[in-house]
Design a protein. Sequence first.
Length: 91
Amino acid sequence: MQRTVATSLEERWDWADHGACTALPDLFYNAEDESKGVRRRKEEAAKRICGRCPVVEQCRHHAMANRELYGVWGGLSENERHRLAGRQRTG
C-alpha cells in the first residue's frame, strides 16, 4: 500500500477537519448587515461550540499565528484576538 505524502498546507489544516464547527460555518462569521445584538448572540453560540471542541487549542493558535481578522476562532472573537495581539480593531 502506497502512502500519499500530504503537502505542508494539508498538514497545517488537518486539525480543522476535527472541529466542532464544521457543520455550522455561518455561525462563526458575521454579515455586514447584522445588528450588534445578532452578532453578539452568534458569537456567544459559537463560543459555546468552541467550548466542547476537541481542536480548540489548535484553532486558537492558528488564528493568532495567522492574524485571522474575522470570525470566532478557538473560542475568541475578533475583538478578543485583536486585544491579545495588542492591536486595535477598526471598522
